[in-house]
Design a protein around this ligand. Structure first.
Ligand SMILES: [Zn+2]
Length: 252
């Protein structure tokens, strides 16, 4: 298949040594979704590309590609680094997991649409040390439709109720249920504030998410709920998730 040069905007993440001095890197691009590039000579001293293509850098790149398989990074037009994501182990683990989770919802070279802006905005906020737990839960919830799981968060699964009473979440019903319909399906028995937080994170456009402070036990309840939703509806076993879980355990 013909190869051609293409300008892409995006992010470089997950470096892996390849051959003597080359690197294979994952990229998330606006134009072509997730793809893998080879960076020739990236491990050589004085490599023109090495400094501009470190992990967690974003910018404008020129790749040689055929639209599938392995592409080649040919040039870096401009780039800047997410320094905190690069250097902080915990921030790095959150960012890596989010990228891994997003990557698995799409095939290579498939543009990911509005999710591109979501992910770039979240990475920027992680880099600015905003609450990684809330940002991660927001992405997990907002990605569910990309996985073909589109839970109902806007109103009760069984009716138009959207406010004014406690809500709970039901995996069986596929969304939130209001107190009036609690007897209709097996439910998680979440505290009402936890369901409210799930709904906010699932529905809020990222640009409108201000700095909010949430109690630790509420965040923990929503984290467990999201893990159950993923565990019971999707068959995913991501190494990046297991690593993040271990890291979070060690923090308590
Ligand atoms: Zn209802």
């Amino acid at each position: 298949m013909a190869r051609y040069l293409q300008d892409v905007h995006g992010l470089i993440f997950h470096h892996q040594r390849f051959h003597e001095a080359d690197v294979l890197a994952q990229m998330l691009t606006k134009e072509a979704g997730f793809l893998t590039v080879i960076i020739h000579g990236a491990l050589k001293q004085n490599s023109r590309l090495a400094g501009a293509s470190v992990n967690f850098s974003s910018g404008t790149y020129i790749i040689m590609t055929s639209g599938h398989g392995l592409s080649t990074l040919r040039n870096v037009k401009s780039s800047q680094q997410f320094e905190y994501l690069f250097s902080d182990l915990t921030a790095n683990a959150y960012a890596s997991y989010l990228l891994d989770l997003t990557r698995h919802a799409f095939v290579e070279y498939e543009p990911i649409g509005a999710y591109y802006d979501l992910i770039m905005e979240v990475l920027q906020r992680l880099d600015q040390k905003q609450d990684p737990e809330l940002l991660t839960q927001l992405v997990q919830l907002q990605l569910l439709p990309a996985y073909g799981v589109g839970p109902q968060f806007a109103h009760c699964v069984y009716g138009p109720e959207s406010r004014g009473m406690p809500f709970d979440y039901s995996i069986q019903a596929g969304g939130v249920i209001c107190q009036r319909h609690f007897s209709q399906a097996a439910r998680m028995h979440l505290p009402a504030q936890a369901t409210a937080l799930l709904r906010t994170l699932a529905l809020v456009p990222i640009k409108q998410l201000g700095q909010i402070t949430i109690k630790a036990d509420t965040k923990q309840a929503t984290r467990k709920a999201i893990d159950r939703i993923y565990g019971e509806t999707l068959d995913l076993d991501l190494k990046s998730k297991r690593f993040l879980d271990e890291l979070r355990l060690s923090e308590f």
